[in-house]
Design a protein around this ligand. Structure first.
Ligand code: ATP
Length: 220
């Protein structure tokens, strides 16, 4: 399996927020944006922004900064967001439904083209414009669709058995929102999302802030 450099991971994670900021400036009619301005907007160091953007292959012009149009294209191409990606979602519960309704995905080329659930009351219903299909038919339908990427939002207890069916059906990329460390063959890539980790960081930062305030050292 091809591996990305572990040191590139934080940069890749920051690229979507760069894209968001840059698009806002484009809407306002700007043609160029400086690394310093992006850094200010996102509370980062300018050197960090320049390093992050360099991984997309784009180089800023002295004094002017980056041409917005070219920068957007470079980031989208680097992320693979310049071409549409059909995906399926398995488990149309609260989280799955929220993801299906998340409008921002359209800007990433991510298209949830079908969803599967095993609850008879959900099968046949339409959620955010997508029909919920019977999870028992998942394997054959995914093969027929030719889809290669799946979003997994089933309860953790069903995560591995669902994954086995997905892999068998030809899925090679799984965005895993369950708590389970999935066992997959080498050629299958799993990105595990932990929604609690961002909240954990918020809590610890707030605690540290309160301690600083107690010491009269609140810099914010
Ligand atoms: P809800 O209460 O509406 O089911 P939830 O988010 O609390 O929502 P979970 O228990 O997390 O529900 O399950 C998420 C969804 O996954 C549900 O819609 C459930 O019917 C579905 N589900 C459970 N097991 C499977 C499975 N093996 N294959 C496909 N879908 C499944």
């Amino acid at each position: 399996m091809a591996k990305i450099k572990i040191s590139a991971v934080p940069s890749i994670r920051r690229l979507p927020s760069y894209l968001h900021t840059i698009r806002q400036y484009q809407h306002e009619g700007s043609e160029f944006i400086s690394g310093t301005l992006i850094a200010q907007e996102l509370n980062l160091e300018p050197i960090q922004v320049r390093k992050d953007l360099a991984i997309t292959g784009i180089i800023g012009k002295p004094k002017k900064g980056y041409p917005l149009e070219a920068l957007i294209i470079a980031i989208e191409r680097f992320l693979g967001w310049d071409s549409p990606q059909d995906v399926v979602l398995i488990g149309v519960g609260n989280l799955g439904t929220a993801l299906m309704g998340y409008q921002e995905f359209q800007f990433h080329g991510l298209n949830i083209m079908a969803a599967f659930d095993k609850n008879p009351e959900k099968i046949g219903t339409t959620v955010h414009g997508v029909t919920v299909l019977d999870a028992n038919t998942m394997g054959i339908q995914i093969r027929n669709f030719g889809v290669k990427v799946a979003i997994l939002t089933v309860p953790s207890t069903f995560a591995q058995e669902t994954t086995d069916v997905l892999v068998e059906a030809g899925i090679v990329g799984i965005w895993n929102f369950t708590n389970v460390k999935l066992k997959v063959p080498d050629q299958v890539i799993v990105q595990k999302e932990n929604l609690s980790s961002g909240y954990a960081l918020l809590c610890v930062t707030m605690q540290a802030n309160r301690m600083d305030e107690g010491n009269g050292k609140n810099f914010r």
